[in-house]
Design a protein around this ligand. Structure first.
Ligand SMILES: [Zn+2]
Ligand SMILES: [Zn+2]
Length: 131
């Protein structure tokens, strides 16, 4: 069987990644930091095993502390500013890629929804297997 290969890139195309195989999990996050990072109501992180993702292009780094007190290293394009991927210190085996950066984001469906306490009331998901 052929391995699935997905590509994701920033707005201008300078920074991109390729990911092999299927994601480990896909997390819709309603935390305030994701709202600010995206400028939208929530962020969606597509997690892969770190060794399955290869990046190309220049990236700048922004590190912030998560609620756990561990850092998260965000990589964004220095030209257009899109955050394409990030690496949580608390899961050194995983890398998160922004769902909206994928070529075919509609093929990627969240498996969980987190930080519900700051979810905007008008945001409602109908996740497979969820309630
Ligand atoms: Zn860019
Ligand atoms: Zn978040």
């Amino acid at each position: 069987m052929e391995t699935v290969r997905r590509e994701a890139s920033c707005s201008c195309g300078q920074l991109s990644i390729t990911a092999e195989g299927d994601p480990v999990k896909i997390s819709a996050c309603h935390c305030r930091a994701c709202q600010r990072r995206t400028g939208s109501a929530f962020g969606v992180a597509v997690f892969f095993d770190r060794e399955k993702v290869a990046a190309s292009g220049a990236s700048n780094s922004y590190t912030r502390l998560g609620n756990s007190g561990r850092s998260i290293d965000f990589r964004f394009c220095p030209v257009c500013g899109s955050t394409v991927f990030w690496m949580p210190e608390f899961r050194e085996d995983l890398i998160a890629v922004a769902l909206g950066c994928f070529e075919k984001p509609s093929s990627l469906v969240p498996t969980q929804s987190v930080y519900e306490e700051s979810r905007m009331r008008w945001v409602a998901f109908d996740l497979p297997g969820g309630d």
